[in-house]
Write a protein that binds this ligand. Sequence first.
Ligand code: F0G
Length: 482
Amino acid sequence: MREVKFFSGENIPLEMHKVRMVQRVYLRPIEERAEAISEAGYNTFLLRNKDIFLDMLTDSGVNAMSENQYASMLQADDSYAGSETYYRLEGVLQDMFNMEHFLPAHQGRACEHIISRLLVKPDSTAIMNYHFTTTKAHICQLGGKVEEIIIDEGLEINSSLPFKGNLDIEKLKNSIARIGKKNICFVRIEAGTNLVGGQPVSMQNMREVSKICRAEGITLVYDASLLSDNLYFIKIREKEFADTDIREITREIGSLMDIIYFSARKLGAARGGGILTSDQEMFLQMREMIPLYEGFLTYGGMSVREMEAMAIGLQESFDMDIISQTPIFVKVLCEELISKGVPVVTPPGGLGCHVDAGQFCSHIPQEKYPAGALSAAFYLASGVRGMERGTLSEQRNPDGSETPAHMELLRLAFPKRVFTLSQVKYVADRLTWLYENRQLIGGLEFTEEPRVLRFFFGRLKPIGDWPEKLYKKFRQDFGDSL
Ligand code: F0G
């Protein structure tokens, strides 16, 4: 996607691709949406796709693939051991990050499982800019702890800072001094910090963190799942790199890290995952775990067709016209919402538009899940499925008390090259309507609450009859329109 100057003087985002295969979607009337969200226990994860108009739950595994990715799938070498597909993918990744060893795993959290088993000891601490749900769950399952050292601005909803995902260098030094390097299992940098609004990390920051970790002998792990958005921001927001080829930027990142892992459901626009390292000893220890938990070393639990598509998708991540679509759409939607007074995380990041449910639903206390309620209410109002990223996505403390999230967000993710500008406008319109009627939205309470990662399968019910009130207001304002 590219922003092009129109005769009117406006900069309009233009898609740099054409659509050659489509999926029919349905916008169900609000009566059916009310039934669907109630059946889903007011949890958007439990909705069925047939009831969804625009699926903005995630960009994971749902990015549009290119013709070259599909074509590559035909040459997949389907053998249990020694598949040529594996060697092709290994070659692409070694070249991309300039690292020696590649280990395949079936998705990002499988990489986290293996890396955690390698490095986490009971009571050890993993220091990171910010946790991701599955990352933290794997570390904690093994008795480890997580310490977050994102810069203070990273947790402020609104800021003009270009790299809100950066690690605070002073906090890093203090944490190392306080915890002691022997008790630190690793430092982790997450590209495009997921849970705080898809905010990028600068190269300058990565260089500084790497220097400290190398001086202290602490393993530095890089979660590259959201790398393509982060590369786009390094290129356009970090002056030094304005003229640097994205390949070179990526190789420099590789040179700073000890272990890199990624979800190929995001990076590479396919489905799968992988781990890279140049450290022979760590490689050998992790390699032992691949056949045990994933599959033989040359497929690691993935379909070889997906591996071929990933190899092409990874190379396409070096094309600014391809990786720019999500950040540009996020910007367009954020700017439209800001112009209507709807509170969103700024500056606009990657991954999706993050609506500030804390402010949107300031009348709902955190223990009644304002972001969860907003996600359910927005589906009701629009047929669009977003994802709660707030207290509901946290885990309770051992004594049963809630862990209030730093931010209460409704994430509207942009799978790459899936939606059009008119669909983005529809999202902005319905969200603006909901904002005007925000007082009608009420809280939620659990009826079924799983112990681990409760946001996936948890079922809830509205406190009071707010969905009904919202539905009536919708009918009043939109007549019999969908
Ligand atoms: N790390 C980050 C930064 C992620 O965003 C994800 C997944 C993972 C690790 C785990 O990868 O899903 O392949 O096991 N994020 C998805 C999302 C689920 O919707 O944001 P996975």
